[in-house]
Design a protein around this ligand. Structure first.
Ligand code: PLP
Length: 352
């Protein structure tokens, strides 16, 4: 930290992302990326002319990308926003609507707390139930921004759309952000409620279900006034927030629906297989609707298992946090990666 840093940022604890080792060879099950490559059609679209066009700024209105998303999801174009990863969209949401405080589950995506601290917002983390489910009736009457990941991370547990609708009905004074980073893997989306409620923003990403984590592309659906708030911030911060190659990759990913659906089907089937095999080995595994599972074992500390797996070339995610330090979050890889993982874990358990 330099002596020049502004006082209000001196206490800020930045988000700590999962490890991204430079060395290949790890089975990487720690940051919920897709184990499958992006649609091969993206490569065909990014030709020499597109590379030459990198000398030009990207389209600040992202017309092609937004019209592709709006057609696919049957939403008006002025109800769609795109960001440099959904992290950017979420960050803009905190800045836009968080001045009366932010409510979110105490065990959830770690960035919510960081964004609140970055913008100096009052935080109201609400404890998860004992079984790690979310009770949305506890999120009422605070007049604050409400942010809920559905399915939640790192638990993978989802809430139902009727529960979200009741939350919206009870809290017309709050903007409610539903972070659907993992919704494509089987939870129910709140997207149909966007037409009915002026205070709902549904946030999505291309990082988890669309094989484009490294391209950095997130999007959101909401009432046109909410979207115009986000654009007000974007055009005061970085009008070219989505780069040219990413905008092309995003549109092609949406258009190649067969590729998208095929990758989802494979991941969901591997998730169910992984869950069963971990349970066979004696793990307690939460019921996941995401592309990861959250699991613990009575005979081994969460951190110890994380370290032993890392020593054997498998990266998973461990959180040193009260109530969840016994667990590891394991991304669903390919079937072959899952076989190696299960074999390695059973070896580790045998050695105890
Ligand atoms: C991964 C993740 C994000 C961020 O995704 P990007 O689009 O890659 O920035 C947002 N929310 C949750 C819950 C996530 O797990």
């Amino acid at each position: 930290m330099s002596i020049y840093l502004t006082d209000k940022l001196k206490g800020l604890k930045p988000y700590v992302p999962g490890e991204q080792p430079n060395k290949n060879g790890y089975i990487k099950l720690n940051t919920n990326e897709s184990p499958y490559p992006p649609s091969p059609k993206i490569k065909d679209m990014i030709d020499a002319a597109e590379l030459e066009d990198l000398r030009l700024y990207s389209d600040p209105d992202l017309k092609k990308l937004i019209s592709t998303i709006s057609k696919y999801y049957s939403v008006n174009e002025d109800c769609v926003f795109c960001g440099n990863g959904s992290d950017e969209v979420l960050s803009f949401a905190f800045l836009a609507w968080g001045d009366k405080g932010v409510v979110y589950p105490d065990i959830s995506y770690g960035f919510y707390e960081v964004f609140a601290d970055l913008y100096g917002l009052i935080k109201h983390p609400i404890p998860l139930n004992k079984d790690f489910t979310i009770d949305l009736t506890k999120y009422d009457d605070l007049g604050s921004l409400i942010v809920v990941a559905n399915p939640n991370a790192p638990t993978g547990i989802s809430v139902s759309v009727p529960e979200i609708e009741h939350l919206l009905e009870r809290n017309p004074e709050s903007v409610i952000v539903i972070d659907e980073a993992y919704v494509d893997f089987g939870a129910e989306s709140a997207l149909p409620l966007v037409n009915k409620y002026d205070n709902l923003l549904v946030v999505r990403t291309f990082s988890k279900s669309r094989q484009l984590a490294g391209a950095r592309l997130g999007y959101a659906f909401g009432n046109r006034e909410l979207i115009s708030d986000l654009n007000r911030i974007k055009f005061s911060f970085n009008p070219y927030n989505v780069n040219r190659l990413t905008a092309i990759a995003g549109a092609v990913s949406i258009e190649d629906d067969e590729w998208f659906k095929d990758c989802i089907i494979k991941t969901v089937s591997t998730r169910d297989r992984l869950t069963n095999r971990l349970r066979d080995l004696g793990f307690f595994v939460l019921e996941s609707k995401a592309n990861f599972v959250f699991a613990k074992h009575d005979h081994i500390e969460g951190k110890t298992l994380y370290e032993k797996l890392k020593n054997r070339g498998i990266l998973v995610r461990h959180f040193d946090k009260a109530r969840i330090s016994e667990f590891n979050r394991i991304t669903v890889g390919t079937d072959a990666e899952t076989d190696v993982l299960i074999e390695t874990i059973s070896d580790i358990l045998k050695e105890l």
